[in-house]
Design a protein around this ligand. Structure first.
Ligand SMILES: NC(=O)c1ccc[n+]([C@@H]2O[C@H](COP(=O)([O-])OP(=O)(O)OC[C@H]3O[C@@H](n4cnc5c(N)ncnc54)[C@H](OP(=O)(O)O)[C@@H]3O)[C@@H](O)[C@H]2O)c1
Length: 337
């Protein structure tokens, strides 16, 4: 594809953590042209806000404007807070622009969304949104106009659990003990994420009632009461691990089940030992390990919350929506050591 035939795309919310990751990948994308970058204020350049982009991308950051997006781009990534995102989705779709929404706004049925987030103002588009987990919905994503990019914890938990759902003892609890780096909270300031509170520290938050629990339950087709999900904040910038415990029936080799289930999925790696965060940092890989003892199955699944948990998964979805190979411009070598 020559320069003129590249597909124009845009990022709204490019000054945030997930927005930066999108920009970093899109400036290297051979078939997409990053034609529109916006935040809430505009009036600056992307490298002034993210000096890591000096000399790489110094494009103008605009104040987000629907008409400008629609006249410039075929697809927009919304890296915005929930509730803000849905205000952009409806007019963009009406103007024929495809959307990958990184927020929670289109991940859940209306009643569940409203119980955990806020009133939903776009029921129409909730009807035809596709949940953007490629391992679950790859074919549907290819023809989608609106993709709801999964949450970070749901991505790691669902990918770990999916291969074993038909082996689980029905109605026994699913226990998900998850850890995340601090970038999961976004760039806005809060007392909880102050350096002094996070450094040398480890704590659980929103135990059993975190907003990602209903998303995990909904996508796995189990009830909310069956999902016992407790996230913890750890003093690292990025990375996420879900350690999962379920009761199972039958005799099987857990690693063989994983290998068979994901044999066609290029962004899943089955590990021969418990996974860690470093070996997936900066990539779209989800590394998974599982071990069985009697009827207890332990699964541990690792992702980069900003990448597979958000931006690189969003780019995989956009690649699929635009008829490209899902791996185009997706980083595959981790930031180690
Ligand atoms: N961080 C993660 O690990 C992660 C993982 C999965 C999903 N997500 C989801 O992805 C979304 C973005 O997360 P993030 O961590 O990147 O957030 P963030 O760091 O707080 O960035 C939010 C961005 O949204 C922009 N923004 C806010 N209101 C706006 C408006 N009305 N119009 C235009 N731009 C506006 C902000 O621009 P200003 O600079 O102008 O305020 C900023 O660029 C959230 O919905 C989050 O839940 C995040």
């Amino acid at each position: 594809m020559n320069e003129n035939k590249r597909i124009n795309v845009g990022v709204v919310g490019a000054t945030g953590y997930t927005g930066l990751e999108l920009v970093k990948m899109l400036v290297k994308h051979p078939f997409f042209h990053l034609a529109y970058i916006a935040n809430s204020e505009g009036g600056t350049t992307i490298n002034r806000l993210h000096p890591s982009l000096n000399g790489v991308c110094e494009d103008e950051v605009k104040k987000a404007n629907i008409d400008e997006m629609a006249s410039t781009c075929k697809l927009i990534f919304l890296a915005l807070p929930h509730k803000t995102a849905m205000a952009y989705v409806k007019p963009l779709l009406e103007k024929g622009v495809k959307v990958v929404d990184l927020s929670a706004d289109y991940r859940l049925p209306k009643d569940i969304y409203e119980a955990f987030y806020c009133p939903h103002t776009d029921s129409v588009n909730l009807e035809h949104v596709i949940y953007g987990l490629p391992e679950l919905n790859r074919e549907a994503i290819k023809s989608a106009k609106l993709v709801a990019n999964p949450g970070c914890f749901p991505t790691s938990a669902i990918l770990g659990l999916l291969p074993f759902m038909d082996k689980r003892s029905k109605k026994t609890p699913i226990i998900i003990d998850a850890k995340t780096g601090v970038s999961g909270a976004g760039k806005k300031l809060s007392e909880v994420t102050h350096f002094v509170n996070v450094n040398d520290n480890l704590f659980a938050y929103n135990p059993l009632m975190h907003r990602h629990a209903p998303e995990i339950a909904n996508k796995l087709n189990v009830s909310f009461d069956e999902v016992n999900f407790v996230p913890h904040l750890v003093p690292v910038t990025r990375g996420m691990i879900s350690s999962i415990y379920i009761q199972v029936t039958g005799n099987f080799d857990a690693l063989e089940v994983l290998k068979e289930f994901y044999k066609n999925d290029v962004h899943i790696r089955i590990s021969e030992k418990p996974v860690d965060m470093k070996n997936v940092a900066g990539t779209n890989f989800c590394d998974i390990y599982a071990q069985k003892r009697g009827n207890v199955l332990f699964i541990t699944s690792s992702i980069d919350n900003l990448m597979r948990g958000a931006s690189s998964q969003a780019l995989v979805n956009a690649n699929l929506m635009m008829g490209l190979d899902e791996s185009v411009a997706i980083p595959d070598i981790a930031y180690v050591p």
